[in-house]
Structures are given as structure tokens and as C-alpha cells.
Ligand binder design. Structure first.
Ligand SMILES: [Zn+2]
Length: 151
């Protein structure tokens, strides 16, 4: 079978860690619900077994979270991944897992406006003025806070 490049999104389960010849690997099952192929996202419903070298993990693996997995389908339903990214973030204020939310300042995440305001110590004026930078093309790139979709 030709190794097909693959890019899928879905929930990770049955995570386990293996040590092989002194190297650390992880495996998990991903219940894919979306894939990216030919420059577009489309819905799929397929379960893959994923293997990844520990050094290629950019986020810890946790059961029940959504991940983006990129790799090669080396056999039917089996992915050797070279990249995984957790889809979503924990809120720095209330700990809620969220798929879209505010990125605030120096790598902080907020699930809602209420939580984002707490990261500003309640300073609504500062929060609104940082968000307003997004509307100014000269300042938008430097805006410290913005609403985004974690993908
Ligand atoms: Zn929150």
C-alpha cells in the first residue's frame, strides 16, 4: 500500500505509552470526524490507530480530547503521525475546555468574555481597547487579545 498523507481531527481514546529500544512512543485511537484533504475540510467517520514518537508530541495526550493528527496512513486505518495538536484549550480562569475562545496577552486562554475580563483584573476599558486594535489594520498584528478558533 502506498503511504498516504493524512490530516484528521477527532477524539483521542485508549492512550498508551511504549518504550521501544530506549525510545518513547505513544499510541491512541482517534475517532475522526473531519479530515483535511485537497485543500478542504470534509466530514468523515472513521477510527484510526495512531502511533507517534514522544518527541513529536506538541501537547500531552489526554483521553476524550479532540486532536488534529497529521501523518501517513501506513496500512489501512493505521497512522504513523509526525504531528499532533490538541484541538481546544483549557481556560486559565475557570479551567473549562473550549474549542473557541480568547487568546490573551502572553499565552493565556479564556473561554468567555467574563473569563477574559478576569485576566485583565476586571479592567474592561483595557480589554475593549486591546480588542479595538483588531479593527485598525496598522495595529491588528500587534493586538494582544483576540477571539479565535483553536484548530
Ligand atoms: Zn473560563
Amino acid at each position: 500500500m502506498e503511504q498516504k498523507q493524512i490530516d484528521v481531527y477527532g477524539i483521542a481514546e485508549q492512550i498508551s505509552t511504549h518504550h521501544i529500544n530506549g525510545r518513547k512512543f505513544h499510541s491512541f485511537v482517534i475517532k475522526a470526524e473531519m479530515c483535511f484533504e485537497n485543500d478542504e475540510y470534509r466530514d468523515i467517520e472513521k477510527t484510526y490507530q495512531v502511533y507517534i514518537n514522544d518527541k513529536d508530541l506538541s501537547w500531552d495526550l489526554e483521553d476524550g480530547h479532540k486532536y488534529n493528527v497529521m501523518g501517513f496512513e501506513v496500512a489501512e486505518g493505521i497512522i504513523m503521525a509526525y504531528y499532533t495538536d490538541r484541538w481546544g484549550r483549557y481556560c486559565n480562569v475557570c479551567d473549562a475546555w473550549h474549542i473557541e475562545g480568547y487568546f490573551v496577552g502572553e499565552h493565556e486562554y479564556a473561554c468567555s468574555e467574563e473569563c477574559a475580563l478576569k485576566l485583565y483584573n476586571g479592567d474592561e476599558e483595557a480589554f475593549k481597547s486591546d480588542l479595538a486594535m483588531l479593527d485598525d489594520p496598522d495595529l491588528a498584528d500587534e493586538a494582544p487579545t483576540y477571539w479565535t478558533y483553536w484548530d
